[in-house]
Design a protein around this ligand. Structure first.
Ligand code: BTN
Length: 256
């Protein structure tokens, strides 16, 4: 808390040694109005972390950071998913060296195709009003190659592996929350997502690549062309000239 230089994000800060899931807890507390706009929940370990599309997320005590931010923006609910991209941009911008750190649209941060962070955004809303959004990120900080189970080691990495040094979590968190706040306050005031979408475009692991769109057991080849101003990925399907937006579906980058 002492290291935080933010005015909104993290003013309410809840730190847990272990928890089921920071996103689940954030939603529970926000539902009861026990925490408000800008509240941050951090845990060193989660026992029931959740990922996108029902996936799980592994966290290991002291070697990963699990962090969720509660937001109550006055935005149309359709814009809430942009906060995933805002989170990704804030994380990348807060790293001292980030050239190899890429965003795998929509919610993974990868290095050489290996996962460094996963982001999960959840919302409680009515048709035209957001009650709250919880944006959660799991960051692999001090995991070493030998910490990963064999089947995961070719698919995951950590900041310690990337930077070849131990990561000081508090420093990382305060830099990250500061960057998040700058992007977020600018976004809710201007409603212009360009600054953080441009960071995601610049660091995209997907734009310009041939990808597979995975729908159930089917996969369809496509070329990822751009991320539009709604944060949607626009792809060119094999044999078509028009661009098609990709919504929630899962994508895999060809050859990775
Ligand atoms: C994914 O890979 O599909 C997303 C993983 C998101 C994990 C983070 S860790 C903090 C927050 N709490 C959760 O239960 N999940 C997110």
């Amino acid at each position: 808390q002492d290291q935080l230089t933010t005015t909104l994000i993290g003013k309410e800060l809840l730190v847990f040694p272990t928890i089921s899931s920071t996103n689940t807890k954030a939603k529970e507390l926000a539902d009861q109005a026990l925490i408000g706009d800008g509240a941050v929940l951090i845990s060193e370990e989660q026992t029931a972390a959740r990922g996108r599309i029902g996936r799980t997320w592994n966290s290991l005590k002291g070697k990963t950071i699990s962090l969720s931010i509660v937001l109550k923006p006055d935005l149309q609910p359709a814009k809430a998913s942009l906060l995933t991209q805002l989170m990704a941009a804030a994380f990348i911008n807060s790293l001292p060296e980030n050239d190899s750190v890429k965003v795998k649209w929509p919610n993974d941060i990868v290095v050489n195709g290996k996962k460094l962070c996963g982001i999960l955004t959840e919302m409680s809303s009515e048709l035209t009003k957001i009650h709250y959004v919880v944006v959660g990120i799991g960051i692999n900080t001090n995991l070493l190659v030998e910490d990963f189970p064999e089947d995961i080691s070719s698919k995951a990495t950590s900041l310690a592996i990337l930077q070849n040094q131990k990561i000081e979590p508090n420093h990382l968190i305060s830099q990250f929350l500061k960057e998040f706040e700058t992007l977020y306050l600018n976004f809710i005031e201007s409603e212009d997502p360009t600054p953080f979408l441009d960071s995601c475009r610049k660091a995209s692991a997907v734009i310009g690549q041939d990808i597979y769109l995975l729908k159930g057991n089917e996969r369809q080849l496509a070329h990822a062309v751009e991320i539009d101003d709604e944060g949607q990925l626009l792809v060119q399907l094999a044999g078509e000239t028009d661009l098609t937006p990709v919504f929630a579906g899962e994508i895999s980058i060809r050859g990775l």
